[in-house]
Design a protein around this ligand. Structure first.
Ligand code: UDP
Length: 254
């Protein structure tokens, strides 16, 4: 056995060198963080669930012709992805006011926005990921105007897909965050959806009860995060009974 080369370690995921040139292995950890890392806990099984939920969503996006970095899932916690040049933006798409937009603009949480709104945040932990405009992005060269068009169009397509997917299982998609990267193939470059899409990066509310089914459960101490994510996975039809048992850890057998 030889040790794999670690390329990058983030708060919730680690990237390792992949088996072939141009690929990486994305490993989902159990770490839950919020408020720019100030709140941190280990939630047993979260990595397994996010790996499966993100696999499910990215596979469907690939099938629909929305380009992503995802190739295939390798095991419980890891997936094979295409190596991309990460664009240092968090692209947030919002349908309903919640979180930072509610605070910033004094909107009542739960208010439907006049239309879906795309926001950009500059990815920089030291600066606390500040909100930026398209002007900043093109002026500082983080993305070209053409790339920005592609990024916005990916945001809209992912929003359309996720809204329908979650509505079908009784969940309202309030907002979500994606990250994008440049994928190079020979002389060609295209912008693809990278990172992950999971309850860590979306706001999801139960349509009937308004119960929160996402990382706000951790941010606001609303209950068991793992039970919440398992509920989302089960509604999407991802987990079988047996697999469900695998994510719950050891149980006392009487
Ligand atoms: N989000 C994320 N990572 C971040 C910041 C936000 O995945 O570093 C997601 C968050 O879960 C929510 C959406 O982006 O679904 C909008 O987040 P918001 O700007 O309201 O920030 P927050 O309330 O999380 O501070």
């Amino acid at each position: 056995m030889s040790r794999r080369r670690k390329i990058y370690e983030g708060k919730a995921k680690t990237l390792y060198e992949g088996p072939e040139a141009g690929t990486l292995v994305q490993h989902f950890k159990d770490d839950a963080t919020a408020f720019n890392g100030k709140k941190h806990e280990i939630v047993d099984g979260k990595g397994v669930l996010n790996n499966r939920i993100s696999e499910f969503i990215f596979s469907k996006l690939n099938t629909l012709g929305v380009p992503t970095h995802f190739i295939r899932r390798l095991n419980m916690r890891e997936q094979l992805i295409k190596e991309v040049e990460v664009i240092p933006l968090e692209v947030v798409v919002r349908n309903v006011a919640a979180g930072s937009i509610a605070k910033r603009l004094g909107l009542e949480t739960g208010t439907r926005l006049p239309r879906s709104i795309i926001e950009f945040y500059y990815k920089d932990d030291a600066l606390g990921d500040p909100l930026i405009s398209e002007e900043h992005i093109t002026a500082f060269g983080w993305a070209s105007p053409q790339e920005l068009d592609d990024i916005m169009s990916l945001g809209v397509r992912v929003n359309d897909f996720l809204t329908g997917l979650f509505a079908g299982v009784g969940i309202q998609l309030v907002d979500f965050k994606i990250e994008c990267g440049r994928q190079f193939e020979g002389d060609m470059m295209r912008i693809v959806v990278a990172d992950e899409i999971s309850p860590d990066s979306c706001r999801l509310w139960d349509v009937k009860t308004r119960k929160k089914l996402d990382k706000d459960v951790f941010r606001e101490d609303l209950g068991s995060l793992i039970d919440t994510y398992r509920d989302v996975a089960q509604r999407l039809g991802i987990l079988t009974e047996t697999e469900n048992a695998l994510t719950t850890g050891p149980r006392l057998v009487k």
